[in-house]
Design a protein around this ligand. Structure first.
Ligand code: HEM
Length: 404
């Protein structure tokens, strides 16, 4: 009988993690012929032993919709070089300029909701916000956000679904084709008239003395689009949920915004939006006395690993002051939590995600007084691969009304 694919697991995976870690740390899910690892050291081992565990599974999942090679499936010098090009687009001076765009997008999107004192932080705000910010950074027209979001969601569905009907498969492939057709003339224009955006950087970049082809540029753009927006909007909503559920910590963050990085880092540890990271075992590997055979698909359970009591004390408690989190390194390669993965393929957007979520959370907290769930709101999360609130309707007293 299926465990990971059961309705009970889908409703609340966190209730299952202790049992998985203690009784089935190497859980074989026969229906999808895959192994699920839930202990922190095992997950860390898989993500850092690049010889024994490859990203081949991702390649198979992503290839038909990414239209070319993406970072996740690259190795060696090619991965290092192309990753560096993308990282440069999201750090240093580029990041400082982007922070202004982040704030402007957030202020514009929240404005119509301020007089009402009510907003759904997922559907009214978080989703459009995260997509528009990503389009700005890439250098795409933010007014196209709904269309672009529909296409990349189709692509994400293809990559993250455990089962896909032929109709959905067709739909996902169509989304990929349409997004590629939308990007082609933009890439062409940037090759002729470059700007400061990521598309221009990718067009100007070289690997091994050769400029990246249109296919390479398209794949990397789709890669960033699919990777960037969804976990960011989920993290923002989860941050507000945890703060509302812990009013004492909310009050502390409001009083001292310097605590926001810790609140974001603890949100990522406690409820990582990317719950599963797939790999393929390249040779037989033994975990807790169980052999995972060469060629097997392996899923690292990030949510379970981040709640391993061997890695974090009192792991089921949300605590922005926890000493074992190490906030300063939580957005770097040395992070103790695994929400950004770890090793060679660790998230390239971690610093950007930090700036994005902190900036918008600081703005919203400065505009909202007495933020609370809307009357009658019922919290529900969804997603196995990536997971977050289906909606988060909050009421607040606009700060200006308070001051008047
Ligand atoms: C809170 C927000 C985010 C979370 C939790 C997150 C999580 C992750 C995780 C878990 C991985 C590792 C996958 C693996 O090992 O196979 C990853 C990779 C990646 N992320 Fe993020 N991500 C976030 C935001 C972003 C943003 C904002 C961007 C773009 C600016 C981005 C771009 C990427 C890319 C391109 C990769 C592939 C890196 C590689 O394979 O070398 N992510 N992310």
């Amino acid at each position: 009988m299926s465990w990971i694919l059961s309705e009970d697991f889908a409703a609340d995976p966190y209730r299952h993690f202790t049992r998985l870690r203690e009784q089935a740390p190497v859980h074989y899910e026969a229906s999808i012929d895959s192994y699920f690892l839930s202990r922190y050291p095992d997950v860390k081992r898989v993500l850092t032993d690049h010889e024994a565990f490859s990203t081949e599974t991702l390649q198979v999942r992503a290839e038909p919709v990414m239209r070319g090679p993406v970072l996740a499936q690259m190795t060696g010098a090619e991965h290092t070089a192309k990753r560096k090009i993308v990282v440069r687009g999201f750090t240093g001076q580029a990041l400082q300029d982007q922070t202004r765009a982040i704030r402007a997008n957030a202020a514009e999107l929240i404005a119509p909701f301020l007089p009402r004192g009510r907003v759904d932080l997922v559907n009214d705000f978080g989703k459009p916000f995260a997509v528009r910010v990503t389009l700005d950074v890439l250098g795409l027209d933010r007014d196209d956000w709904q269309q672009v979001a529909a296409w990349y969601r189709g692509i994400a569905e293809f990559i993250t679904s455990m089962t896909l009907t032929p109709e959905r498969r067709r739909h996902c492939l169509e989304c990929a084709e349409q997004l590629e057709a939308y990007l082609a003339p933009v890439i062409d224009r940037r090759r002729r008239r470059p700007g400061e955006d990521l598309i221009s950087r990718l067009c100007a970049a070289e690997f091994d003395g050769t400029a990246l082809s249109d296919r390479d540029v398209t794949a990397l753009l789709v890669n960033v689009l699919v990777a960037a927006a969804e976990p960011a909007d989920k993290t923002l909503a989860l941050l507000f949920k945890h703060l509302i559920d812990h009013p004492g910590q909310l009050a502390q963050v409001r009083r001292d915004p310097a605590l926001l990085p810790a609140a974001v880092a603890e949100t990522l540890r406690y409820t990582p939006p990317v719950q599963l990271i797939p790999r393929r075992a390249e040779r037989d590997a033994v975990f807790a006395g169980t052999t995972v055979p060469a060629g097997a698909a392996v899923f690292c359970m990030i949510g379970a690993a981040n709640r391993d009591p061997g890695a974090f004390a009192d792991p089921d408690t949300f605590d922005i002051h926890r000493p074992d989190l190490g906030t300063a390194r939580s957005f770097t390669a040395a992070a103790q939590h695994l929400a950004f993965g770890t090793g060679l393929h660790q998230c390239v957007g971690a610093a950007f995600a930090r700036a994005e979520i902190e900036t918008v959370a600081a703005l919203l907290l400065s505009l909202f007084d007495r933020v609370r769930y809307s009357p009658g709101f019922r919290y529900r999360e969804s997603g196995l691969y990536t997971r977050g609130p289906a909606s988060l309707s909050v009421d607040f007293t606009p700060e200006e009304t308070v001051r008047r």
